[in-house]
Structure formats: C-alpha cells, structure tokens
Write a protein that binds this ligand. Structure first.
Ligand code: GLA
Length: 397
C-alpha cells in the first residue's frame, strides 16, 4: 500500500495537486516489429508507475524517486538530453525527456515537483520506462491543462525515449501504457497507429496470462537494440535493390514470398533478422484472427513460433529464457509461451489453463532455480486500462 499524496507531502512540504498512474505492458506477440512499421499485440498490465506532484512557480523541476530515496533537481529551460552527452541515462531522464519534448512540440508547461513510485519491475521487459514517460506526460497534461489524446501522448512519450534518452524504441510500449483497454489486448498498426481492442477469450478456456520473470535483468539492451534497428535498415536497403523497389521504406513492405525469392542475396545475418520481422508481422495477423475466433490453441502455437524466431533468427534470447519457455511449452495446459519485450533477459509470457499453475510452480520454477541460481516469479496478470488521473486510494496494487 502506498499513499503517494502523503509521500509527496513528506518530501515537498506541500500538498500534491495532481496524482496519476500509467501501467506497464506485456506483449503477447509481435516482437521487434514496431520499429519496422509492423503490427503488435500487447496489453497493459496491473503494475503501475504512479506520480504525485504540484506545479512550481520558479521554473525548477524537482523529482523524488521512492525506489532510491533520491532527489534530482534541474531547470526547465536548461534540460540536457542524454543523447550525444556521453553520460548514462539516469531515472530522472525519462521524466525530464517528456518535459523537453513537450516544450519542443510547442506545449506550454512550467516548473513542477513530483514524487515517482512504481511496481513495474525494472529492466524486465515490462516497459517500466514507458510507464514513467506516459505517467509524466499525463501529470503534466493535467497540471498545465494540455490537450493530449492517448495517441499523441504515446507519440510524445516515445520521442522522449528516442530523442532525449537515446534508445531508438518503437511506439508499442508507450501506446499500450497510454491507450490500454481493461480486459483487452491492443492490436496496433505501428505505421498508421490504427488500433483495435480485442477481448481475450480467457474465461471460456479457464485460462490466464502469466508473466514469468527470469530474475535476469536485461543487459546489453540499449546497444544491441539499436544494432538490431540498424540491421533492419540495412536489410531494407539490400532488399530494395534485390527487389528493384528503391522506394522500399521498411520490412513491413516485404512479403514472406518476396523474402523467399530474393533472401539468399542478403548477407546471412541480415537475412535472419529480416526473416524474423517479416514472419512475425505475418504471425500477428494470424494471431488477430485466432483471437477473433476464440482459438487460444492456435494463438499459443504462434507464440511458440515467435519465440523460436526470436531465439534463432533475431538472436535476442538467453539460456534462462529458453529454459523457462521450453519447459512451459512442454507442460500440459499451457497454450503457448515466449520471451516478451526486447529480450536479453527479463520476462516470458505464457497463456495457460489455471490448473497448470501448480505444475509450473512445483516443478519448473524449482528446477530453474537449481540450474541457474536465480529466483523466478510468476504472476497471472490482468489487462488494465491506460494511464489515468487518480485519487490516491486507487493506487493500491
Ligand atoms: C522494447 C521497445 C519496443 C519494442 C520491443 C520489442 O520494449 O521499447 O518499442 O521494439 O522492445 O518488441
């Protein structure tokens, strides 16, 4: 239980005028497709980043982090992006980045003070950073009376991460956090930002969505992530030449048939990266139809194929995730399992019958613990709505 209003009062010495929260997300399928203009299918989850704050008249930004008991102060008219500075990102940069891009986009904001709290595990592939960014945009919008619809808010939050923090992420995480719908997964076309909320047919199968945290914090993620992006761009160039389509803009515009035809002209690593992205975009389309038909079995098979592709072609898995995913895929009652998020550590996601949980908790997790000397955790998560303005009592996880 956390009383954010009180936490703010204790640190700032004044009452909070605004309290907001934004959720993390789990991606069901469609990994590393967002920055290739493809489709994704995430859902916002019942873990949040919460902020309480109040405006300041002196143009200062004062931030307090509860997880570190730290205070950070800077000035609104002197914000210095991490990008190009040679320094590492600090937790405050995810908030300052939002203030920066809002100003650059012409929104008028003032100084403010805020306390930040969260229960989205950090570095786990559940988008704690997107939740911080979206929560900050929500706080500033309510504080300074800005009109930001969930789509615009997601785009601004993404820009904070790309242009200020320097991770060239796609739009998926911020979109899910900003525009999630309770009880639904979000199908999103990352090129047009057309989206649909799809009910999850879990109850009919007595099924749940599980997130299993491997206990391995993501390493290498920024550098490897940016490298994958570059590889995709190189593949687009090479495919444009091979297909004689100079205007080819992204891997979204390459069909599986195109790739079969000319793929061998690509350098082997680029072919693998392209094969993952093109195949994954096709899998999201199939997954959408499975959800519409209520076919969790076929949906799970697509999740399994997605993991294989992320492991073998996109090369973003690690032994720990392969072990957890493989063991779950072999467990009766589990429809499908895969790593979720960028990879290199973090979590897997599975869709499974409730009754399979005992087997996983009593057999697979202890074996994993023994083998890797890590403490995994499993929770059945709920699909929740996107960022919201709150009264503090609602903030109990
Ligand atoms: C991270 C990024 C997202 C997306 C995923 C991989 O979470 O922030 O934009 O690219 O990795 O699907």
């Amino acid at each position: 239980m956390i009383d954010l209003e009180r936490a703010f009062r204790e640190r700032a010495g004044i009452r909070a005028t605004h309290v907001v929260r934004a959720p993390g997300r789990v991606n069901l399928i469609g990994e590393h497709t967002d920055y290739n203009d493809g489709h994704v299918l995430p859902m916002a989850i019942d873990r949040w980043v919460g902020l309480a704050g109040a405006p300041r008249q002196d143009g200062r930004i004062v931030l307090h982090a509860m997880h570190r008991d730290e205070r950070h102060e800077s000035s609104l008219d002197n914000l210095a992006p991490v990008v190009g500075s040679g320094r590492h990102a600090h937790w405050s940069d995810y908030m300052l980045g939002v203030a920066h891009v809002l100003q650059q986009a012409g929104y008028r904001i003032g100084g403010f003070e805020a306390v930040v709290w969260g229960n989205v595990p950090r570095g786990s592939g559940l988008s704690s950073s997107a939740a911080v960014e979206v929560a900050t945009a929500t706080l500033l919008a309510s504080m300074f009376d800005l009109k930001l619809d969930p789509r615009v808010r997601a785009r601004l939050a993404q820009r904070a991460e790309c242009d200020y923090v320097g991770v060239q992420c796609g739009i998926m995480d911020q979109f899910a956090s900003s525009a999630g719908v309770a009880g639904h997964a979000i199908w999103l076309d990352c090129r047009s930002l057309e989206s649909r909320a799809l009910p999850l047919p879990l109850a009919a199968h007595e099924a749940e969505v599980w997130v299993i945290d491997s206990g391995v914090r993501r390493g290498l993620v920024d550098s490897e992530f940016n490298r994958r992006r570059q590889e995709c761009q190189q593949a687009v160039k090479a495919l444009g030449l091979a297909l004689d389509r100079v205007d080819l803009a992204s891997l979204r515009d390459v069909s599986p048939e195109d790739l079969n035809r000319v793929g061998t002209t690509l350098e082997p690593t680029l072919l693998k990266r392209a094969r993952h992205v093109v195949g994954e975009i096709a899998r999201v389309e199939q997954a959408l139809r499975c959800l519409e038909a209520g076919d969790l079995g076929a949906f799970g098979t697509l999740m399994n194929e997605s993991h294989r592709s992320l492991r073998d072609d996109y090369a973003v898995s690690i032994a720990e995730l392969d072990y957890l995913v493989g063991s779950m895929q072999d467990t009766p009652g589990v429809f499908g399992a895969r790593l979720t998020g960028a990879g290199f550590g973090g979590c897997c996601v599975a869709i499974a019958r409730r009754e399979a949980r005992d087997e996983v908790e009593n057999t697979i997790l202890p074996a994993y613990r023994m083998k890797f000397d890590r403490s995994p955790t499993l929770w059945a998560c709920q699909a929740v709505g996107g960022a919201e303005i709150l009264v503090p009592e609602l903030l109990t996880p």
